[in-house]
Ligand binder design. Structure first.
Ligand SMILES: *[C@@H]1O[C@H](CO)[C@@H](O)[C@H](O)[C@H]1NC(C)=O
Ligand SMILES: *[C@@H]1O[C@H](CO)[C@@H](O)[C@H](O)[C@H]1NC(C)=O
Length: 364
């Protein structure tokens, strides 16, 4: 039954094919015996496949459609099979067709948000370049709205989402006594979708986007070359907030630890890390951790960092190098004794602290 019907319907597709013949590609063909499941946002009964196509073209967010052959049902999808290959399944009762003309690319407008930068790259492939995109929070219980992020599309497997930025040129946000930016804030602050600014920033991606690895880049490097990237699944699917807050509640002056890092991940360095502040101990290994590690909530004596870069301890300049550094006594977000210091990032919280560039923080 099915092949006969398909042949009967075929003529009605011919005018469309001619109209767009210069764009003809294999993806323009319907794929019989297949359907995309889980992304149907509208469906209705139609006369024939051509009407289904017209229905799709009349809906701004239609990315592709399934046609139910015997029921003449038209199902519009708000994703393509490229975006969600795992949901593209065998289904002998349907055929699948990608929208060819005027398809809005995923993440390009707030009405067509993506789940992640990675999904945008999968959907748009070679057309997806680094830049600003719209994402929608996966956890709707958080009641957050769609948000704009910056995606660094290095390759299909190297898609980074900008989470945060650390700058010494503005007021302390990251080092506020409350620890609010690390722990609690659900308000975006600063230029969340522009990696070139030299000012603090926190993106909703900090608490909404999970991943496996982190990277740090400089705001004055438009290539976003990793100065450091973690290896070995540092985050194992978590968001950065859930990772960093999993070690304890250090809000409001609670002391972090002593003589150790509460967590660590293996890293590799690159780019101009040797001349970037915060990376001063990137080739030193000592008792707190090795040169090829990044540590969380590291403390040695009265010095510490939320994210310590490279070795630390007696032979590696204690623990106030990296991101979120402090010489508070005892080590916490709260400086209880006068004239102690803290910074968003530094080689040494007592030393000179650069204000001329900032560090961007990314997840993939
Ligand atoms: C896409 O469709 C699904 C249902 O398949 C729906 O839950 C979701 O909200 C839709 N997304 C958008 C942006 O319309
Ligand atoms: C932190 O301290 C402030 C005032 O000192 C207080 O209002 C707030 O409730 C405290 N927060 C927590 C999480 O302990």
């Amino acid at each position: 039954m099915f092949p006969i019907l398909y042949i009967l319907y075929f003529p009605s597709l011919i005018p469309l094919r001619m109209a767009t013949s210069q764009q003809c590609e294999p993806s323009q063909q319907s794929e019989s015996g297949k359907a995309l499941k889980g992304h149907i946002f509208k469906s209705k009964k139609v006369q024939d496949p051509y009407q289904c196509l017209i229905f799709c073209y009349s809906e701004f967010t239609c990315q592709s459609y399934n046609y139910v052959i015997t029921g003449k049902l038209c199902e519009l999808n708000n994703r393509t099979k490229e975006a969600r290959p795992g949901d593209f399944v065998r289904d002998e009762t349907r055929f699948y067709m990608r929208r060819w003309k005027n398809r809005v690319s995923l993440g390009s407008v707030p009405e067509m948000p993506a789940e992640s930068c990675r999904e945008i790259k999968a959907s748009e492939q070679g057309m997806a370049v680094s830049g600003r995109y719209w994402l929608e929070p996966r956890e709707t219980k958080m009641k957050s709205k769609n948000f704009l992020v910056y995606c660094d599309m290095v390759s299909v497997d190297q898609v980074w989402t900008l989470l945060a930025r650390f700058s010494n040129s503005d007021t302390k946000n990251w080092m506020d006594d409350s620890g609010d930016w690390w722990y609690d804030s659900t308000q975006a602050a600063g230029e969340t979708a522009d990696p070139s600014y030299n000012a603090d920033m926190i993106s909703p991606a900090f608490w909404l986007i999970g991943g496996s690895e982190l990277k740090i880049t400089r705001n004055d490097d438009s290539g976003h070359t990793p100065l450091l990237q973690t290896i070995g699944n540092c985050l194992s699917g978590k968001t950065f907030r859930s990772k960093i807050t999993s070690y304890g509640n250090f809000r409001n002056g609670s002391v972090w630890s002593n003589g150790k890092c509460l967590g660590k991940c293996k890293v590799q360095y690159g780019g101009q890390y040797q001349t970037t502040e915060g990376f001063g101990q990137a080739s030193c290994s000592s008792d707190l951790q090795g040169a090829d590690e990044v540590g969380f909530w590291c403390v040695k004596g009265w010095s510490g960092s939320v994210i310590m870069i490279g070795g630390g301890g007696a032979d590696c300049s204690d623990a106030d190098h990296g991101i979120g550094t402090t010489v508070a006594k005892l080590t916490s977000f709260k400086i209880k004794e006068n004239n102690r210091r803290e910074s968003d990032f530094s080689n040494d919280a007592w030393g000179s602290i650069t204000k001329s560039y900032s560090l961007n923080f990314w997840i993939r």
